[in-house]
Design a protein around this ligand. Structure first.
Ligand code: PMP
Length: 439
């Protein structure tokens, strides 16, 4: 069954029909639909390590990792055991509890924040960080970069990446123009544009938010020194620098992308957002940063922010256990699996004679199809021959490799991607690369 012999997607198709009857598009998040690649979304039934099994009983090597959280792979036995123990003690108390303190301590010990507040999604984290920045500075304007995605926060949906670019939506109905009127959108990696925006609006800008490394228009790393530059410009202008590490946090290093630049260069973001890995597959996220800024939050300060399930004991136990298991050896396995995989992809695409650029930010990477120069911003990302991804994706899927169903998403490897998983991918790549070349 594993070798592509069973190709039936009957059970997925039946579930998708039922799902569409009761949910818009049959999915609870647009990126899960196969709108860009065509076909029926695969309904997964279980996961184990680097592998997923669908409702038709077919196995796949997973290169989505639940869009980032599954750093250790699926169903890690120690995470399951800790979650089982926590569940047996009750699922939510609406009071402070020990796991949320332990998780906050772990985050503060690893990362660039002095103080953190837990929330339940990356969207909530960035939304709250922006409210806090506005409350702290008494200013309204915010700066973001085209192609960066920070969740579906109204003010941040302007020229956003991820599903917004996959579906080719120029703007989102339901976001009033006065809500985005204070959002300044600039090209990523463009220092002159940042200088110009601050020269004109410097005293009105509450914050600049950026992905620590852009991963939602494909992977577009910050040019060397770019984040440091942003931090300095913000500092000079009395604006807060918000580094969105929802995707990169606790993944590309034990802290996040900050471990690849800020920690070495000696700067810290004023505020930082986390999600994905820190929830271990449960809904947990956080925003944090400078203590003086964080203490503007209620109940200490006047900026209101709250959540019934914030710091939930099950979610924080899963996240804490995941982070405790994410030791130096786990990051070595993950980085090594990712670089081996990047090598395999290059070999296959080269052999097929394709023009492409493979870009990475630490162990996160993606392929830009049909381009021959590094992609540094959203315009560059959108100039790729995204249509080549459709036959590539389906050839990989048929061969039992589950990739993100969009050319604008990052490929996620886990510490559980072992030789067996990598060799399965190696077998699948050449045929898929030829399919992309012929498209
Ligand atoms: N920020 C970044 C950088 C993200 O990648 C995402 C999700 N892909 C978010 C924020 C939003 O997180 P969530 O989907 O948990 O709301």
């Amino acid at each position: 069954r594993d070798n592509g012999v069973v190709t039936s997607t009957e059970a997925s198709e039946q579930l998708f029909d039922r799902a569409r009857a009761v949910s818009p598009g049959g999915v609870n998040s647009p990126v899960r639909a196969f709108r860009a690649v065509g076909g029926t979304p695969i309904f997964m039934a279980s996961g184990q390590g680097a592998w997923l099994t669908d409702v038709d009983g077919r196995r796949y090597v997973d290169l989505v990792g639940s869009w980032g959280p599954m750093l250790l792979g699926h169903a890690h036995p120690e995470v399951l055991a800790a979650v089982g123990d926590a569940v047996a003690r009750g699922t939510s108390f609406g009071t402070p509890s020990e796991p949320e303190v332990l998780l906050a301590e772990e985050i503060v010990a690893r990362a660039s924040a002095e103080s953190v507040r837990m929330v339940s999604s990356g969207t909530e984290a960035t939304m709250s960080a922006i409210r806090l920045a506005r409350g702290f500075t008494g200013r309204n304007k915010i700066v973001k970069f085209a192609g960066c995605y920070h969740g579906h926060v109204d003010a941040l949906l302007a020229q956003a990446g991820s599903g917004v670019v996959t579906l080719g939506l120029p703007e989102t109905p339901g976001v009033p123009s006065h809500v985005t009127a204070d959002t300044i959108v600039l090209p990523y990696n463009d220092r002159a544009a940042v200088e110009a925006a601050f020269a004109e609006y410097g005293d009105q800008i509450a914050c600049l938010i950026t992905e620590a490394a852009a991963g939602n228009m494909g992977v577009v790393p910050p040019e060397p020194g770019f984040n440091q530059f942003l931090s300095e410009v913000c500092g000079r202008n009395g604006a807060l620098f918000i580094s969105d590490e929802v995707m990169t946090g606790f993944r590309v290093t034990r802290s996040g992308h900050w471990g690849l630049d800020g920690e070495r260069e000696g700067w810290v973001p004023d505020l930082v957002t986390y999600g994905k890995v820190m929830g271990g597959g449960f809904p947990a996220a956080a925003f944090g940063g400078r203590r003086d800024v964080m203490e503007q939050l209620a109940p200490v300060g006047p900026v209101y922010q709250a959540g019934t399930l914030s710091g939930n004991p099950i979610a924080t136990t899963a996240g804490l256990t995941t982070l405790r298991l994410a030791d130096a050896a786990a990051y070595e396995r993950l980085d090594s699996a990712s670089s081996q995989l990047q090598g395999l992809v290059r070999d296959a695409l080269d052999a097929a004679g394709l023009a492409y650029v493979l870009q990475n930010a630490g162990n996160m990477f993606s392929v830009f199809w049909g381009v021959d120069a590094p992609v540094t911003d959203f315009a560059g990302a959108q100039a790729q021959e995204a249509w080549r991804y459709k036959p590539f994706f389906h050839a990989m899927l048929d061969a039992g490799i589950y990739l993100p169903p969009s050319a604008f998403e990052c490929w996620f490897v886990s510490a559980a991607h072992d030789e067996e998983a990598l060799s399965r991918i190696a077998e699948a790549l050449p045929g898929a690369a030829r399919a992309a070349a012929q498209a």
